[in-house]
Ligand binder design. Structure first.
Ligand code: OFO
Length: 167
């Protein structure tokens, strides 16, 4: 059985993951609107990833005999600026999620909840990968600036991203 504190914290994390999906959906719409279809695809895959992250928490809470409580999802911004700013916003958000995961891990340690510590390991690793992926794209965008052939090439690169469900 999961403790009340862990149950509350995991339910809040479901909300964080669903807000992430909402934010990336908004980024995808914005990118499509300015003609960056590859960027739009990358953010669309990110939406699917975040929904799958929320689902993992959902199933874990149930598996541990906890109660699911779905919270209100905030409205994300709808204006983001330049292509570079889209990924700056993404990195800032992923750093926030990393902090959330670390806080959850600290709580699981405090609560002596070993099963949750093992469960959260997947997210700790995932966040390293997520931040690194975004930083790689950001570095390229910084090199090429916000226009021209380089931007076209990055857009093309981002258009091939596909969703791989987490195991
Ligand atoms: Fe983008 O990260 Fe979820 O957990």
């Amino acid at each position: 059985m999961i403790t009340n504190r862990m149950e509350d914290a995991f339910n809040k994390q479901i909300n964080e993951e669903l807000y992430s999906a909402y934010l990336y959906q908004s980024l995808s719409a914005f990118a499509a609107n300015i003609g960056l279809e590859g960027f739009a695809n990358w953010f669309q895959i990110q939406v699917q990833e975040e929904i799958s992250h929320s689902q993992k928490f959902y199933h874990y809470i149930s598996e541990r005999g906890g109660k699911i409580k779905l919270l209100q999802i905030n409205e994300p911004p709808s204006e983001f600026g330049t292509p570079l700013q889209l990924f700056e916003e993404t990195l800032k958000h992923e750093q926030h999620i990393t902090k959330c995961i670390n806080d959850l891990m600290n709580l699981a340690i405090e609560e002596k909840d070993h099963a949750s510590q093992i469960f959260l390991q997947w997210y700790v690793t995932e966040q390293v990968e997520e931040e690194n992926n975004v930083k790689t794209i950001l570095d390229k965008l910084k090199l090429i600036g916000n226009e021209g052939h380089g931007l076209f090439m990055i857009d093309k690169e981002l258009s091939v991203r596909v969703f791989t469900p987490p195991v």
